[in-house]
Design a protein around this ligand. Structure first.
Ligand code: 5GP
Length: 216
C-alpha cells in the first residue's frame, strides 16, 4: 500500500479586509474534517462581537514582545495601525503532528515569513470581484471607523499586487463557488506525490504465485 504523510497540511489564507476570507474559512471548517483555524495573538483591541480566545487572543504589547523574545511565534507582523498580530507556533505544530490541517488567516508579510520556514505549506489568496465591491463590503459591515476603512482600502491595493507570490487565487464573487474551489485546492494538495511517505506494494513473487493459484 502507499502510505501518505500523517502530518496535517498547513494552509495560509490571505486577502484584503472585506474579501470574505473569514466567512470562507468558517465554511471550510464546517465542510471538512480534521481541520482547525489557528487563533492569532494580537495587541489590537476587541471589536464588535469578537470573543477573546475565539477570534483572537487579545494580549498586551508587553506580553506580545515577551513572546517574541521567547520565540513563540511561527510568524508575526505589525499590520494595521501599528498593532502586532502573530501565529503561536506551539498550537500549529501540535495540530500538524496530530495529522490535523491548520488554516492561518494572516497578512502577506506573515505569509512571506511562513513561506521561508515551511516549504510544505499551501498559500491561497482571496480576491474580491472588484475594488468597488470591496469598498461597499468594507463600508456596509460597519466594524471600522472612516479612517480605518480608508487605511484598509489602501492596504488592499498594496496586498493585491502580491497575489502572484501565492500558489492559488480564488475570486470570491459567489461564496458557494469560492468554497467549492477552496475545498478542491485542499483536497488536491493532500494528494500531492511529495506527501507519499512509504510505498509498500507487497512481494511481487508472492502475489504472482497467488495469481497462479487463483487461476488454476
Ligand atoms: P483584523 O484586525 O481585521 O482582524 O485583521 C487585520 C489583518 O491582520 C488581516 O489581514 C489578517 O489576515 C491579519 N492577521 C490576523 N492574524 C494574523 C497573524 O497572526 N499574523 C499576521 N501576520 N497577520 C494576521
Amino acid at each position: 500500500m502507499i502510505k501518505t504523510k500523517k502530518q496535517g497540511l498547513l494552509i495560509v489564507v490571505s486577502g484584503p479586509s472585506g474579501c470574505g476570507k473569514s466567512t470562507l474559512d468558517n465554511l471550510i471548517l464546517k465542510k471538512r474534517q480534521n481541520i482547525v483555524m489557528s487563533i492569532s495573538d494580537t495587541t489590537r483591541s476587541i471589536r464588535g462581537e469578537e470573543v477573546n480566545g475565539v477570534d483572537y487572543n487579545f494580549i498586551t504589547k508587553e506580553q506580545f514582545e515577551e513572546n517574541i523574545k521567547n520565540d513563540k511565534y511561527l510568524e508575526y507582523a505589525i499590520v494595521h495601525s501599528n498593532k502586532y498580530y502573530g501565529t503561536p507556533s506551539e498550537f500549529v505544530d501540535n495540530k500538524l503532528n496530530e495529522g490535523i490541517d491548520v488554516i492561518l488567516e494572516i497578512d502577506i508579510e506573515g505569509a512571506r515569513k511562513v513561506n521561508k520556514k515551511r516549504k510544505d505549506a499551501v498559500f491561497i489568496f482571496i480576491l474580491p470581484p472588484s475594488m468597488k465591491i470591496l469598498k461597499e463590503r468594507l463600508i456596509s459591515r460597519k466594524t471600522e471607523t472612516k479612517e480605518q476603512v480608508i487605511e484598509r482600502f489602501k492596504t488592499a491595493y498594496k496586498e493585491i499586487n502580491e497575489v502572484s507570490t501565492y500558489n492559488y487565487v480564488i475570486v470570491n464573487d459567489d461564496i458557494e463557488t469560492a468554497l467549492e474551489k477552496m475545498n478542491a485546492i485542499i483536497t488536491c494538495e493532500k494528494c500531492r506525490v511529495d506527501r507519499i511517505e512509504d510505498v509498500d506494494l507487497g512481494n511481487q513473487e508472492e502475489i504472482i504465485h497467488e495469481i497462479l493459484m487463483d487461476l488454476k
